[in-house]
Design a protein around this ligand. Structure first.
Ligand code: C2O
Length: 526
């Protein structure tokens, strides 16, 4: 634990090696990573390497109670995995409780030695981690919300590389500054490590060329504004094409829902040209409005896989399993809430509110421990309604620890359909263990007859986390070529807490490269 001051108020936070944000891990494609995590705090801990494929090494994926039991206080665990077929920016973060609010950092995967980027090599690189800060302890924030059945307090500020920048009533110094030289180009590795906010990112007077998302190359395009959801990463190239000066970088909320109270601040940082006096004024940028859906859609709609000879987009053209998952929030009665007989916000996929088991699913699967989970996760919603309109008042979810079982190498299509029971909301859904292609996207209800005719099976964006549009749907495809148990959930942490999560169980194949490796000897016990 480390006492840390932000917004003129101090609290102890959990850190890795005393750093907030945590240390950057640099690796190269094909590297074997051995990372020993020693738990010196009072909380159970586990670390997830968000977006790493973990081929055959599901034991090292990290979500607590899914692939491993947590590392208990005083214990340690070595995460051992190889980076295969991936290069770019990813992130690592705690995957238990709300500890990822302070336990997160960058994972930079450089291309193999001698292999260039598929775009002109930038002169310099920098890591830009966006996150959120609460003045109070985040475990207390979520516990209070769970006791009341209501939504948790929103964060007090956003941060860029750990700092909100100067804020009213707390003229803190120490905002992040990126020094630049006129005429040079900079690769910014943007990471959204926030718990509950999708963010816009802008730099005053500079356009951003997007070259990669979620460690997959994209067809480069220019934009003023990047939209980035929790768990997503985006590499942009910025040309320092001014003679000098100071320019504001801003990270602000995108949430196209009717929102009641919001007081979290836009985070700011500075692009500072060499030779510019500290005292000179900073060119200002106005962040997009919170409900700037058009800006968000323009950005999302511009993303395409690079799909070059070297980096082909291997989109599954046929599908073995076609699934429809509704994702959304609802209200269930809550006799035990305070005040009593109130109601509780719940979330689910196909009306199943996922209940965390007390033994990791992967252990239960491999060691054949009965009674931990069932394999009856529904491939379709229990009943149909106008998902994007106002649905039944009560989501009527049932609790369960259910997985959806897939044969090795099956090609899978999942249409993720947002439901508007409380309010339509954009859900950044993350799939562990795979990259998927986002082949289609639309508003309203997905139409299985007509919508697939417009799918992009040539160069759809490939990623590990994607926003299901508010009041709409997104279709993703992946090949189940990674045996193990793989979590899928909304990366808005509060929605995960409420149950917007499930897991796929992928069976072993026949060949030696098609099976999960045996568990590591130091695998934590529950
Ligand atoms: Cu980045 Cu399951 O999470």
């Amino acid at each position: 634990m480390k006492n840390t001051t932000r917004l003129c108020s101090t609290k102890p936070i959990v850190t890795i090696n005393g750093k907030f944000p945590g240390p950057t891990i640099y690796a190269r494609e094909d590297d074997i990573l051995l990372i020993k995590v020693v738990n010196h705090v009072k909380y159970n801990i586990s670390i997830h390497w968000h977006g790493v494929r973990q081929l055959q090494t599901g034991w090292a994926d990290g979500p607590a109670y899914i692939t491993q039991c947590p590392i208990q206080p005083g214990q340690s665990f070595v995460y051992n995995y190889t980076i295969t077929g991936q290069r770019g920016t990813l992130l690592w973060h705690a995957h238990i409780l709300w500890l990822r609010s302070t336990v997160h950092g960058a994972l930079v995967i450089l291309p193999k030695r001698g292999i260039p980027y598929p775009f002109p090599k930038p002169d310099h690189e920098a890591i830009v981690i966006l996150a959120e800060w609460w003045k109070s302890d985040t475990e207390a924030v979520i516990n209070e919300a769970l006791n009341s059945g209501l939504a948790p307090n929103v964060s007090d500020a956003h941060t860029i590389n750990g700092h909100p920048g100067p804020v009213p009533n707390c003229p803190s110094k120490g905002g992040f500054t990126l020094p630049v030289e006129p005429g040079k180009s900079y690769l910014l590795r943007l990471i959204n490590a926030a718990l509950n906010e999708e963010l816009f990112f802008k730099i005053a007077g500079h356009s951003l060329t997007v070259v990669e998302v979620d460690a997959t190359y994209v067809k480069p395009f220019k934009t003023d504004t990047v939209l980035i959801a929790p768990g997503q990463t985006t590499n942009v190239v910025v040309l320092a094409n001014k003679g000098g000066g100071k320019y504001m970088m801003a990270a602000s909320t995108f949430m196209d829902t009717p929102v009641v109270t919001v007081d979290n601040l836009t985070a700011t940082a500075t692009l500072h040209y060499s030779g510019t006096l500290d005292a000179s004024p900073t060119a200002f940028t106005i962040p997009p409005a919170r409900n700037a859906t058009q800006v968000a859609n323009n950005f999302t709609g511009s993303l395409r896989s690079l799909n070059s000879k070297k980096y082909p987009a291997n989109v599954p053209v046929t599908v073995d399993r076609s699934l429809l998952f509704t994702v959304g929030l609802g209200i269930n009665p809550c006799p035990t809430c305070i005040p009593a007989n109130g109601s509780r916000v719940v979330a689910g996929i196909n009306n199943v509110t996922f209940v965390m088991p007390s033994i990791a699913l992967l252990q239960a699967h491999v060691f054949k421990i009965k009674g931990v989970f069932t394999t009856d996760f529904p491939g379709n919603p229990p009943f149909r309604f106008n998902y994007s309109g106002s649905g039944p008042a009560n989501l009527g979810t049932s609790n369960g620890t259910k997985v959806y079982r897939l044969p090795y190498n099956a090609t899978v299509q999942v249409v993720l359909q947002d439901t508007g029971i409380i309010a339509p909301e954009n859900h950044p859904v993350h799939l562990h263990g795979f990259n998927f292609f986002a082949v289609g996207r639309g508003l309203g209800n997905f139409n299985p007859q007509t919508d697939p005719k417009n799918f992009n099976l040539v160069d759809p964006v490939e990623r590990n986390t994607i926003g299901v549009p508010s009041g709409g749907w997104i279709a993703i495809r992946f090949r189940a070529d990674n045996p193990g148990v793989w979590f899928m959930h909304c990366h808005l942490e509060v929605h995960t807490t409420w149950g917007l999560k499930m897991a796929f169980l992928v069976d072993n194949g026949k060949g030696p490269k098609e099976s999960l490796l045996p568990p590591p000897k130091d695998l934590p016990k529950c």
